[in-house]
Design a protein around this ligand. Structure first.
Ligand code: ATP
Ligand code: MG
Length: 553
């Protein structure tokens, strides 16, 4: 069987050998987010891994909300997570909520108590921490450790009935206070929390801890390979202990892999939530956020994100991925998919003094010079146009080939123009520039009379549509600076630049989330939230150039 499949990572190898040996006939994976925030690109790595693994071996993947922490969770997050997983291109076989297993988990806890493997503890959280010991020192047993089974059953029932306050008592697994693995030193498995749960309301006031709940959730669903991130490696003995001592029929295998980290951003829901709550960004879907919703609004395609996740691979060692790699994949994806068009981000008016007043013409310009099938569009040309401010200099340095007094350049898809006069206000600011054009030099007519060194882009001043452009930079400054700084002190104050300019008239038909390549400026996405009939807003996805080289293995 194994020969049918490629085996390019260690998790795949485990799956192949489990199918070969007959340990499993079918594999079942799961993606288990806690609904306490929006998904980020790190989650995408886990989603792609779990769904594609099951897919490749004709197995199943569950989407399971790990909702055991009522105070942090919300249905808004549940909905956003479902939408993001779908948008990424994946469809779950089953949708589950850990909270639907609360009764069963409670019964398994009772089973542990009955077996003498769990006890109710009265120590305060601080005392529990103190008693736990350290890597060097063994732990100290709780005075409650040897309570009778009867007393434990009785107290646990009272906990459930709400007879104690938050934090007054906990249920702990009775394992080994001398274990070299601190996770095995009588971990807490149930706590009291009198709070509303997004799914179960006020039905419960005791909630299972992650380390107890997660293995049970996996086992209940018959998960064969429970893939999680590296920080849970030391929890694996506890995972296995819970599955065994709770007498679960199915024993899932926990496998850890390295989490994705990307330069100049943060990758944890807790930190991302802080950015939202502190209004550093404009919500979870701010285009500067590494969230799926933010990347989507920025203009990333789901295909580019999937390709990125496949390319970074799956390993056992933590690493930091250069965000230029993510940019590489969106450029690669959009290169063939987008039409080229002209946009002026910082307008400067140019008047063609010898172009007849009240006259205009339509010029044919290719939609994509690299793709004949993309066709041509008609662009109106006339006496007044806008060019980029940076394409004109009154006193240019050497090797500046764009417009300056006395110089001639090509207007893309149109004519040569020569700068004759600079019009300024009283303070010396350039208001507009006056040029003459040469009708002989019309683009596409095969004019060979003389050459110019620069080509600049433009839009027609009368017909162009006003537009807002949002340019982005890293949200977080260099994280690797010498001093350890809190990430909120590392926010890049210049992560957003808003410009008002113009786009070609045919952009009137641009649709929400439609993507374009603006000549020389990069790839842009029509912002789905702030674009209104009277105002087009474009988010820059990525500029055109990059120094990033992907090593193709
Ligand atoms: P966060 O710190 O962002 O809250 P988490 O691990 O607490 O992350 P969960 O909702 O528990 O978030 O994660 C769901 C799944 O996504 C888990 O299986 C987790 O291992 C995986 N995951 C989370 N962050 C990353 C990451 N940066 N890279 C790869 N996988 C991740
Ligand atoms: Mg978490």
């Amino acid at each position: 069987m194994s020969t049918e499949f490629s085996s390019s990572n260690f998790i795949k190898n485990i799956v192949i050998s489990d199918l070969d040996s007959g340990k499993h006939n079918e594999i079942i994976t799961r993606f288990p987010p806690e609904p306490n925030g929006y998904l980020h690109i790190g989650h995408a790595k886990s989603i792609v891994l779990n769904f594609e693994l099951a897919d490749e071996f004709k197995g199943k993947t569950n989407l399971r909300f790990d909702d055991t922490n009522p105070t942090k969770e919300d249905t808004e997050y549940v909905e956003s997570i479902k939408e993001d997983v779908k948008w990424l291109g994946f469809d779950w076989d089953n949708l589950y909520f850990a909270s639907n297993y609360f009764e069963e988990m409670y019964n398994r806890a009772i089973l542990l108590i009955k077996k003498g493997k769990a006890y109710v503890c009265d120590l305060t959280p601080e005392e529990i921490r103190e008693y736990r010991g350290t890597l060097k020192d063994p732990g100290k047993e709780s005075p409650c450790r040897n309570r009778s089974i009867e007393e434990n059953l009785n107290l646990f029932e009272k906990m459930r009935k709400g007879e104690f306050k938050d934090g007054e008592k906990v249920l702990r697994a009775k394992i080994d206070m001398n274990s070299p693995n601190i996770n095995m030193r009588d971990p807490i498995i149930y706590r009291i929390s009198h709070s509303e749960h997004h799914n179960t309301g006020s039905k419960w006031c005791v909630y299972p801890m992650y380390d107890f709940a997660h293995p049970l959730e996996d086992a209940i669903e018959g998960i064969t390979h429970s893939i999680c991130t590296l920080e849970f490696e030391d929890h694996r003995p506890l995972y296995d202990w819970i599955v065994k001592e709770c007498e679960m029929e199915c024993a899932p295998q926990q496998i850890e892999f390295a989490r994705l980290n990307i330069t100049n951003t943060v990758m944890s829901k807790r930190k991302l939530k802080l950015l939202v709550d502190e209004n550093v960004v404009d919500g979870w879907d701010d285009p500067r956020m590494p969230t799926i919703a933010g990347l989507r609004r920025r203009g990333y395609t789901s295909e580019s994100i999937r390709n990125f996740c496949r390319a970074i691979g799956v390993a056992k060692a933590n690493s930091l991925v250069d965000d230029a790699m993510l940019e590489h994949f969106i450029r690669e994806d959009l290169h063939d998919k987008t039409l080229r068009t002209m946009a002026i981000l910082r307008p400067l008016k140019l008047v063609i003094t010898n172009y007849p007043e009240n006259e205009e013409e339509l010029l044919e310009i290719e939609n994509n010079p690299d793709d004949e099938n993309a066709g041509k569009r008609q662009v109106p040309f006339g006496r007044e146009i806008y060019i980029e401010q940076e394409d004109f200099m009154e006193n240019p340095p050497k090797k500046y080939f764009r417009l300056f007094p006395g110089n001639e350049v090509r207007l893309k898809g149109a004519y040569f123009v020569k700068c004759n006069e600079v019009i300024k206000d009283e303070e010396g600011n350039v208001l507009e520039i006056h040029c003459t054009y040469d009708p002989e030099t019309k683009s596409g007519t095969g004019f060979t009379g003389r050459k110019v060194k620069g080509t600049i882009h433009w839009v027609n001043a009368k017909h162009a549509i006003p537009a807002e452009f949002r340019l982005y930079d890293h949200l977080i400054l260099d994280e690797n600076s010498e001093e350890e700084k809190h990430f909120l002190e590392q926010i890049n104050p210049n992560s957003l630049e808003v410009l008002n300019g113009f786009v070609e008239p045919n952009m009137i038909d641009a649709k929400s989330e439609e993507k374009f390549q603006f000549f020389r400026h990069g790839y842009f996405n029509v912002d789905p939230k702030d674009t209104k009939n009277e105002k087009l807003v474009f988010n820059r996805i990525v500029s055109l150039k990059s120094s990033f080289k992907l090593d193709k293995k």
